[in-house]
Design a protein. Structure first.
Length: 318
């Protein structure tokens, strides 16, 4: 079956990616290596015509070349049901446009297309809130908009992280230490005076040794994680916030967390997911467009994107 798979990807503009470390490009290279045909769709190219899921699609060729990593044909209008599998790899923000895209992809799914990840689960599983379904894996955590509740949480735990529910790359994450004079203004700013739900987590000091990204394929972990280590005097390990990274083998505790979360991922059709683990605790479950394939492949001579394509092949054969 390998020769005849038709794969489409919905992604941010391919000309703007970092060809050196882009995870979506790694996936496309792995698919092309298998002889699969590739098509490229930008989010604005998706549409519904009398209920039929359609898109402006370009035929795509990719190359492992930092200067010329892609070539595209002129776009044509095509039914999404022409494809076997569609990778939804549009980066957040998870806004209304993103939700509308999942409706269109869901219409394609009803026509028999495998969508990675499942559109309904992309809507259901907010990357911050989803982790709270596994409280035994998490540090104390509160999701609230009430300034009084957030203040009580801070008084109880003294050293906390406050963050918005829709941020990515470490944006707007605040650490509030004991006796912080900015407590009120941080709560006002993040909740917009009590109107928006935010997340509060007890601070995990092990962040200094890294915020680990564990990649999961169909509920099973890759054997190594990427520890993203904060820059000096910084509490965020995100590479987008200036952190550095190093590959590390999974610990027993990491594997235990993966065992707790894995079956739910599988059941929800979340085929490619990134868990964020700090110290002993699960902090986030990234479902929209998890990254770090290239870094882990390079550090440990892995083929994570190839493993994902094997998993997709098995699902298509079933």
């Amino acid at each position: 079956m390998n020769m005849s798979v038709k794969l489409a990807v919905v992604m941010d503009p391919i000309r703007d990616i970092s060809a050196k470390k882009d995870t979506t490009l790694a996936m496309l290279l792995a698919a092309q290596d298998r002889g699969w045909s590739l098509s490229y769709i930008e989010q604005t190219g998706l549409y519904l015509d009398d209920g039929i899921a359609m898109a402006e699609c370009s035929t795509l060729r990719v190359a492992n070349d930092l200067q010329n990593w892609f070539s595209l044909s002129k776009p044509t209008r095509q039914s999404l049901s022409d494809f076997d599998v569609i990778l939804m790899r549009k980066d957040p923000p998870f806004d209304n446009e993103y939700i509308y895209s999942t409706y269109i992809l869901e219409a394609a799914e009803k026509q028999g297309v495998l969508i990675v990840n499942k559109p309904q689960s992309l809507r259901d599983c907010n990357e911050k809130v989803f982790a709270t379904q596994f409280p035994h894996c998490c540090t104390p955590v509160l999701v609230a908009s009430s300034p009084a509740l957030l203040r009580e949480f801070y008084i109880q735990h003294e050293d906390v992280i406050f963050k918005p529910l829709d941020g990515m790359g470490g944006t707007s994450i605040f650490r509030i230490k004991p006796n912080d004079p900015n407590l009120s203004v941080i709560i006002e700013t993040l909740t917009e005076f009590g109107k928006h739900q935010i997340m509060a987590q007890k601070f995990i000091p092990e962040i200094s040794t890294g915020d680990k990204r564990i990649l999961m394929i169909d509920g099973k972990p890759v054997d190594y994680a990427l520890a993203r280590i904060p820059a000096l005097n910084e509490t965020r390990g995100n590479l987008a916030a200036g952190g550095s990274s190093k590959g590390v083998p999974l610990t027993d505790r990491d594997r235990w967390i993966c065992e707790q979360v894995g079956p739910t991922l599988k059941e929800k059709g979340l085929i490619f997911v990134g868990l964020d683990v700090i110290g002993d605790y699960l902090t986030e479950i990234n479902v929209t467009s998890p990254t770090c394939i290239r870094e882990l492949n390079a550090a440990f001579d892995l083929d994570i994107a190839g493993d994902l394509m094997e998993c997709i092949t098995a699902k298509l054969e079933n």
